[in-house]
Design a protein around this ligand. Structure first.
Ligand code: ARG
Length: 460
């Protein structure tokens, strides 16, 4: 024993592991994060072993006491993590064996290959729930702002050029829709996460009479993995979660980009409170939206995490390969970055202030009501293609005089089309336009108010 060190797998070895190898293969530095899941898995496994007669009642009791004591040490920060024991699984098992001889039976019908797959699934399941809760909180913050700002009108942009008048609430709800799809994806992923790999053993199963269904039940899994070889090599669930996270960060990044623009002097639509702004080390006047920029920047990092996972698994032969140990840093990082970004996004949405006057003011000068004028003509029998041409010429004439469509005299309109009459002024200007949008999903006042109500209800 002394010759070959402290390894639990050293029976056939003639030499101790090289120090360089111990350092190189260790994952305890990051997989200690799975300690709670590892203990929960071991408790369920031990209980099942007792039920099928592979442990005595006394042994189960000793294992339970030992694992509880280890968990307390880990929580208190006094657990002696040992790099030479590679990973969290070996650290906990070795500590248990130091506490009780029954510890030597815990690994019956189990391999670290199915154990680590289990721990990661338990972690991923919790993460789905935590991320979902944060997404819901952000949706609520957006919907509350929409409800508080039902009358605010601003330009909607295409190609970042002012396009049509829209309600601020409608734009806020666009983000809420994106996040709604993110929640659906997480719920789908969770279903596939929630399958028990334990009992697969190292790869082909065990000759011992274990009861996998019982372990699944104890740990709240929907089903047991049907193929042991697949169970230990499958990381689809982690990749899916990474994709879901990348998609969330993509939505956050696009939102951040919008609001970075909105915070600029040029737009002036939004103000981030001081508590969420940052200053410049040189320029005394600055208030910068660094938090939004970092949310945008972290998207690169989360995409990197997803890419790392995709590349990690692409060439692996069945079944478990040690490469899979490298799955943890990227998936942990993706979850951490997305969680903190979601939390900060919600705070900024909650505490920021919109400048409604400025938004309405920016509806001037861009002829945002031109499409509504063309549709007015369509309503009076003009084919749309003709109406488009007529209004284009009217816009050019108004631009030359530096006036809005709503400021043009009736004679000007009538020079281009006899169909335009006095009532046209009820169709022009941003406020008239948002009153008149009527297609479902549009920025119409009543439609948007109904959507705000619907979302409020579904989120409460
Ligand atoms: N630390 C390993 C991982 O994270 C645990 C499984 C090790 N299994 C093995 N056969 N070496 O994947």
């Amino acid at each position: 024993m002394a010759k070959t060190g402290n390894k639990l797998w050293h029976g056939r070895f003639q030499e101790a592991t090289a120090a360089s190898v111990e350092k190189f293969v260790a994952s305890i530095g990051y997989d200690r994060r799975l300690a709670r899941m590892d203990i929960a898995g071991s408790l369920a496994h031990a209980r099942m072993l007792r039920e099928v007669g592979l442990l005595t009642a006394g042994e189960l009791a000793a294992i339970r006491r030992g694992l509880a004591a280890i968990e307390r040490q880990i929580v208190a920060g006094t657990f002696p993590f040992d790099e030479s024991l590679e990973d969290i699984h070996m650290n906990i098992e070795a500590a248990l064996i130091r506490r009780t001889p029954a510890g030597r039976k815990l690994h019956t019908a189990r391999s670290r290959n199915d154990q680590v797959a289990l721990d990661l699934r338990l972690w991923a399941r919790e993460e789905c729930d935590a991320v979902t809760a944060l997404v819901v909180a952000l949706q609520k913050a957006l919907v509350n702002q929409a409800a508080k700002n039902t009358d605010v009108v601003l330009p909607a942009y295409t190609h970042l050029q002012p396009a049509q008048p829209a309600l601020l609430a409608h734009i806020l709800l666009a983000y809420v829709e994106q996040l709604g799809r993110d929640r659906e994806r997480l719920a789908e992923t969770r279903r596939r996460i929630n399958i028990l790999p334990l009992g697969a053993g190292a790869v082909a199963g065990t000759t011992l009479p274990i009861n996998r269904q019982r372990v699944a039940e104890l740990l709240g899994f929907e089903a047991v993995a049907r193929n042991s070889i697949d169970a230990v090599s499958d990381r689809d669930f982690a990749l899916e979660l990474a994709f879901d996270l990348a998609m969330i960060q993509q939505h956050l990044s696009r939102w951040a980009e919008d609001w970075i623009l909105w915070c600029s002097n040029e737009f002036g639509y939004f103000q981030i409170p001081d508590a969420y702004s940052t200053g410049s080390s040189m320029m005394p006047q600055k208030r910068n939206p660094d938090v939004l920029e970092l949310i945008r920047g972290k998207a690169a990092r989360v995409y990197g995490d997803l890419t790392t996972l995709l590349v990690l698994v692409k060439g692996l032969p069945l079944a478990y390969n040690r490469d899979l140990q490298e799955d943890k840093p990227p998936i942990f990082d993706a979850a951490d970055q997305v969680r903190s970004s979601l939390a900060l996004a919600a705070e900024i949405v909650r505490h920021g202030r919109f400048n409604a006057t400025r938004m309405l003011d920016r509806c001037r000068g861009g002829y945002l009501d031109a499409t509504a004028l063309a549709e007015y003509l369509v309503g009076r029998g003009e084919p749309f293609r003709n109406a488009h041409g007529i209004v284009g010429r009217i816009v050019a004439a108004c631009a030359e005089r530096k006036i809005e469509l709503s400021e043009a005299p009736l004679e000007l309109f009538q020079r281009f089309s006899r169909r335009i009459e006095r009532g046209v002024y009820d169709y022009l200007g941003p406020l008239n336009v948002v009153k008149r949008y009527r297609s479902s999903g549009s920025s119409g006042r009543r439609l948007v108010a109904a959507e705000v109500k619907r979302w409020k209800k579904s989120l409460s």
